[in-house]
Design a protein around this ligand. Structure first.
Ligand code: SD4
Length: 321
């Protein structure tokens, strides 16, 4: 965990006391709590959560909430795993993946998109304006430009510097460990129980040019089924794709598992089948249609931001190791 993250978590927990923390614990234990509406997102991006919460409280849809919420992370140069300021691939190019899904099962996605600050909004347009689900690379860029998005340089000096430092050793291997990622996956459920989700990332730092992770893949990085619940993933995308992670979590909930038990089982599938899991991080975050939350990671250090009536809080998740 970075010092920054540690500090923010402690500051937030200290500031808010136990009010919604108790609700979250109750929720993960399967007790009933006043849980709707709820906004949750991976890691500790409280500004993103707060934005989404504001949209919901103003009567906006869960879909608007998640789109607006994750745009905060996409625009934040200090979030080096998402949008503007994201770490580049091994060739120094920032390439972005994102997807969005609504309560009716509609979804849209972009992958390997360059030079566009808000891939989540392009993904939403793919969902709403095309007969397709996913656009990639040049085609996604062309579609974005045709729809009013503008080209921007997304490589900040800070991200370029970290790439320069990485090049000194150049392992040419994507790195996702416990320290260096903050991809945002957000789930929102409005007061009427309508669920939506969004996931957006610059992917694994210093990945091969052209690599696409789990985040834009519906069923891997994100899945929403309004009859059951929704899940998002963060961490090593290859490991998540191999187990169709978010879909798996939702299906386990459909079969009767609590969101917490479903996240734990999805992580267990990875740790029981995939070699080397001690060296990479994967985490799942889920919510069912009642607003009960589950979260579990391979390694310690995963946390999620939670917004409910009563406040906003960062909650530490359980882990297998
Ligand atoms: C990926 N799952 O591209 C993403 C990275 C991530 O926090 O979640 N980072 O593999």
């Amino acid at each position: 965990m970075t010092n920054r993250r540690k500090f923010i978590t402690q500051a937030v927990l200290g500031g808010l006391g136990l009010s919604i923390g108790q609700a979250a614990k109750g929720a993960t234990n399967g007790q009933s709590v006043t849980a709707l509406p709820t906004v949750i997102s991976t890691w500790n991006n409280l500004p993103a959560n707060k934005k989404a919460w504001k949209v919901i409280k103003k009567g906006g849809s869960a879909l608007d909430a998640v789109e607006q919420g994750v745009r905060v992370a996409e625009a934040d140069p200090d979030d080096m795993s998402v949008g503007y300021g994201g770490r580049p691939d091994r060739d120094g190019k920032v390439t972005l993946d994102a997807c969005i899904m609504d309560q009716e099962g509609n979804c849209g996605s972009v992958c390997f998109l360059q030079d566009i600050k808000h891939p989540i909004s392009v993904a939403r347009l793919v969902m709403e304006k095309t007969p397709h689900v996913m656009l990639a690379g040049e085609g996604a860029l062309q579609f974005a430009l045709e729809n009013g998005f503008h080209r921007e340089n997304l490589l900040t000096d800070k991200a370029a510097k970290s790439w320069e430092e990485w090049k000194q050793e150049s392992h040419y291997q994507p790195v996702i460990n416990i320290e260096n990622h903050d991809t945002i996956g957000m789930l929102a459920i409005d007061k009427d129980g309508k669920l939506s989700g969004a996931c957006t990332t610059s992917g694994a730092a210093f990945k091969l040019h052209g690599r696409v992770g789990d985040s834009p893949i519906v069923g891997a990085g994100l899945f929403v089924d309004n009859e059951v619940g929704a899940a998002v993933a963060t961490g090593l995308g290859e490991a998540v794709v191999k187990t169709a992670g978010s879909f798996l979590v939702v299906e386990l909930m459909r079969q009767g598992r609590s969101p917490q038990a479903a996240c734990e089982e999805a992580i267990r599938r990875i740790t029981s089948k995939q070699k080397g899991y001690q060296d990479f991080q994967v985490a799942f975050l889920a919510v069912n249609r009642e607003g009960i939350i589950g979260a579990h990671a391979i390694h310690k250090g995963f946390m999620y931001a939670l917004s409910r009536e009563g406040g906003h809080e960062v909650v530490q998740a359980s882990s297998s190791l």
